[in-house]
Design a protein around this ligand. Sequence first.
Ligand SMILES: [Fe+2]
Length: 226
Amino acid sequence: MTPELDAWRTRLAALAAAVAQADAGASDGAHDANHLERVWRNARALLPDHPHADALTVLAACYLHDLVNVPKNDPRRSRASRLSAELARRELAALAFPPAKLDGVAHAIEAHSFSAAIPATTIEAQIVQDADRLDGLGAVGLARMFYIAGRMGSALAHGADPLAAARPLDDRAYALDHVPAKLALLPGMMQTAAGRRVAERRLALLEDFRSAFADEWAGGATAAPE
Ligand SMILES: [Fe+2]
């Protein structure tokens, strides 16, 4: 990372922390400063495949993409990324961020969100979207999934049919249903080739976990050997 990029990383992390502190009710353990760091690290790993992508635009969007955090079960949820983009524009202008990059940062922030359904039309927005979605997969994604489900009051899984063999999926009611209902779709929605490879690897871990979970749920893993 260049010294200039590193200096911006420090400023952007401080800005995100200040906004989060001013709105303490909005931040949570799945969308905190550690999430922003992980998203930026994911994005950094994707950048070398895309040398024409602007690293500062990606960096700013990674740190500011969740500036306005709206809970999943809130009707304003689909507007959260637009609100984050507007707030990021104002805050970045006050920090004398390069004005020519503001549109690119705002687009990457708006387009990162699943619920906003805004197509990511720049490589920077595509990298940020992939980087954020990668944090929903793998071991950390699994921890975040149960954390968010807990905050929404969901059950761990359906009592008699945890794998939804004979019922429709319902990931609001059952946390485990979130794997097939949404997370399993993410590798196919990745915008970069490297993002897709990592997503597939991380999804495999979730699917193994889901099978082991269902086995234990049914008493299989604790049954005495015959
Ligand atoms: Fe995020």
